[in-house]
Design a protein around this ligand. Structure first.
Ligand code: FA5
Length: 346
């Protein structure tokens, strides 16, 4: 549209200037600044139009139409340029932020379960397959459960069998997993077939086969007609599964206040092959566990009738099971945290 008038010239000049500037804008911010400069409330086109009031009435529609056309033109160009710049910016980002999937990744060092926990889990799995239920008990225990309910009354000399770490007059770090026996029997009725894996603590002089902190797995079976043969069969099956069927074990009579009769199970020492070494205390055999038939008093404390029910129990040490499986001569190596040693159990 051509309109001859100084104001029309000014509007056209504004258009030319604005289109130039828009074409040269290189960022979205530049474009926004131009929108304000030319089309804003105090923009150049708006100010040019404010002079319209001084025009003769017949010129006003033409100038108005021109101004509107220029305004639409600028708006359209701004929009086109904005789109072009947006696409360009996106293309550049895609280019610079491209992920090179062929680059080698970051190596995450993967840990392993501690070999003692591996041993514990393996034994737990063997019992699971035999239909045992897995239960846990507290590591901080009342001495009533650790001793009294296991047929070891206060001041009874049998308490000296365990070097206990007392926390208060009547509370201690459990010296064995056996208190869980009393807890389970108290809260349930037979038949029971449970194992209790967990940590125990004793004020021991540490040596090749004794730690002050060690693992135990307690086993408890109570039902009608349970005999010593069931206990022997179960422990034979466990040792055959864990060490292989060729490995020799032996049952040796023993004493525990909460079982009668009691027995301990030894395994033929893998370190010396029976020739007697420091690691087996020069016996050729290493003790793995204590066991026996649940004492009638313990059944009575739980409210079970010993004339109706009988049971067996055992408490084994996975630390000792592990050293005997791998022919390691000292269980302290498991707790020294030397990665060169531990890595071998990957
Ligand atoms: C007991 O702790 C009995 N509660 C076992 C028991 C349970 C008998 C149920 C009858 C019925 P003992 O103190 O012998 O018994 O320990 C049992 C096993 O735990 C040991 O044979 C050994 O394998 C392991 N053990 C005991 N003390 C330590 C220790 N200081 N370091 C590593 N393992 C240990």
């Amino acid at each position: 549209m051509t309109v001859e008038s100084p104001l029309a010239d000014r509007i056209e000049a504004t258009r030319t200037q604005a289109l130039d500037a828009i074409a040269q804008a290189s960022t979205l911010d530049d474009l926004e600044a131009l929108r304000i400069r030319f089309l804003g409330r105090k923009g150049e086109l708006t100010t040019a139009l404010s002079a319209m009031g001084k025009l003769p009435a017949e010129e006003r529609p033409r100038i108005g139409a021109l101004a509107n056309e220029v305004k639409r033109d600028l708006e359209r160009r701004l929009e086109e340029r904005e789109q072009a710049l947006g696409e360009e910016a996106l293309r550049r980002r895609l280019e610079t932020e491209r992920v090179d999937v062929t680059l080698p990744g970051t190596d995450w060092p993967r840990g392993i379960r501690h070999p003692l926990i591996q041993a514990l889990r393996e034994v737990v799995d063997i019992f699971r397959r035999m239909g045992y239920e897995v239960i846990e008990g507290p590591e901080v225990e009342w001495d009533e459960y650790n001793f009294t309910k296991l047929n070891i009354p206060p001041h009874h000399p049998a308490r000296d069998m365990w070097e206990s770490l007392y926390l208060s007059e009547d509370m201690l770090l459990r010296t064995h997993t056996s208190p869980a026996q009393a807890r389970i029997m108290e809260s349930r009725q037979p038949p029971l077939r449970v194992i209790v894996p967990g940590r125990c603590y004793r004020n021991e002089a540490e040596d090749a086969t004794h730690g002050i902190q060690f693992l135990q797995i307690e086993g408890l079976v109570v039902d009608r007609g349970i005999t010593l043969a069931d206990l022997k069969g179960t422990l034979h099956a466990l040792c055959a599964a864990y060490f292989g069927p060729q490995r020799k074990i032996r049952f040796r009579p023993s004493y525990f206040p909460f079982t009668e009769p009691s027995a301990e199970v030894d395994v033929a020492c893998a370190v010396c092959g029976g020739a007697r070494c420091r690691s087996c205390g020069f016996k050729g055999w290493l003790e793995l566990l204590g066991s026996g038939m649940v004492h009638p008093n313990v059944l009575r404390f739980a409210g079970y009738d010993p004339e109706v029910y009988s049971g067996f129990a055992f408490g084994m040490g996975p630390d000792r099971l592990a050293i005997q499986r791998y022919a390691i001569d000292d269980l302290r190596v498991f707790r020294e945290n030397d990665l060169r040693f531990l890595e071998q159990f990957r």
